[in-house]
Design a protein around this ligand. Structure first.
Ligand SMILES: Cc1ncc(COP(=O)(O)O)c(C=O)c1O
Length: 363
């Protein structure tokens, strides 16, 4: 059915996307936690619309360029990334004139930059103070710093203090209880910060957290008002290895062609780092650069830009040149960002191209 589409391309199974969206939407509803999906994974207005139709409270983006695209689909945006440059802040402030725009910040520099832009635009930008709960990427480190930044935001014209944001990216797989214990520690840190805010007369209407691995256990953080999973829409090898998805839950697959079998013990596919990215699998860094469904014992051992070198020594059979294979990538989000279009596949119909609307928005 797909033979006429040249490889490599990303095929999206529409039914699996709908099932993934439905499951998390129903989880969020049953636990009364707002779902604010991170659009970094799909970067597509069509899928954003499907998330909103299923009750998402708004959308999350990482970049101003993404915010400008996703503003077509919602009037409630969170940018979970600090905007510093005046031009970026000005674009966000312009969006904030007629919709809710919130930004997560962990520094007074970022808060000041947004405040200047908001005042010039005659707008108000909502601020979530980002707290480091163990991922050690962004985020104020303790309750004292969270209070100081919140107080600064609270007294600054152009800004509105809305609450707290955190990203539990360090919480993933492990022996039974790993995620539960991790979330318990996050909850304790939040309790400490919220208590300090309360004592200082500060209010957090929003506490925004969540990721795909911790997504369905979000209710273990009672302080949470919303969560921001992104990868759950497609899933990938990271999700499989973390135990939060099965192969059947993986809605995005890269269709490739075997272009060479000349070197003994290996074959080469037409997907290299420009398609699969060089991201390793977090839980199993030595497992190669993705999973080939037709050859489960093969290992995509090495990538050059356009070549995927596959170690086939453990395979019972070898493919022929021209054969197509299906790869689930380690990390789907950056793979989607490398495509102008992906192919949307409804059962019984030929796949149709779907634009990756917010691809390449690095500003
Ligand atoms: C700030 C933030 N929130 C939410 C997410 C979504 O997490 P996941 O990809 O596990 O769904 C990410 C992912 O990188 C993130 O950086």
């Amino acid at each position: 059915m797909f033979d006429e589409i040249p490889t490599p391309f990303i095929l999206i199974d529409a039914q699996t996307v709908r099932r993934n969206l439905d499951q998390l939407a129903s989880y969020a509803k049953s636990h009364r936690i707002g779902l604010r999906p991170h659009t970094k994974t799909h970067k597509s207005k069509r899928i954003a619309r499907m998330q909103i139709e299923r009750g998402a409270v708004g959308l999350t983006v990482a970049k101003v360029g993404e915010a400008m695209v996703m503003a077509d689909e919602t009037d409630d945006l969170l940018m979970a990334y600090p905007a510093l440059h005046p031009a970026r802040c000005a674009q966000l402030a312009a969006l904030a004139r007629d919709r809710k725009v919130r930004v997560a910040v962990d520094s007074s520099v970022a808060a000041d930059a947004l405040a200047d832009a908001a005042r010039s635009a005659g707008a108000t930008i909502g601020i979530l103070v980002e707290l480091d709960v163990g991922h050690h990427r962004n985020g104020v480190q303790n309750a004292q710093d969270a209070v100081a930044l919140a107080q600064q935001v609270d007294r600054t014209d152009g800004l509105r203090l809305d609450g707290l944001m955190f990203y539990p990216g360090h919480i993933s797989h492990g022996p039974p209880g790993t995620i539960e214990n991790g979330l318990q520690a996050v909850s304790s840190k939040l309790a400490e910060v919220l208590d300090a805010w309360h004592r200082n007369g500060l209010e957090a209407k929003i506490v925004s957290g969540g990721s795909t691995p911790a997504g369905r256990l979000s209710h273990l953080i009672p302080q949470l008002t919303e969560f921001r999973p992104g990868t759950y829409v497609f899933n990938d090898v990271n999700c499989i290895r973390q135990g939060c998805a099965t192969i059947e839950d993986c809605a995005a697959r890269i269709i490739c062609t075997v272009i060479s079998t000349a070197v003994p013990g290996q074959f080469v596919i037409d997907a290299g780092s420009k398609t699969l990215t060089s991201d390793r699998c977090g839980p199993a860094p030595e497992s190669g650069h993705g999973m080939i469904l037709e050859y489960p014992n093969a290992k995509i051992a090495k990538l050059s830009e356009e070549h995927g070198h596959v170690d086939a020594t453990a395979c019972e059979r070898r493919p022929k040149v021209g054969e197509r294979v299906t790869v689930i990538p380690n990390h789907i989000c950056p793979c989607i960002n490398l495509q102008d279009n992906v192919w949307w596949h409804e059962p019984g119909s030929a796949p149709e191209p779907m634009s990756v609307d917010a691809r390449g928005k690095v500003y």
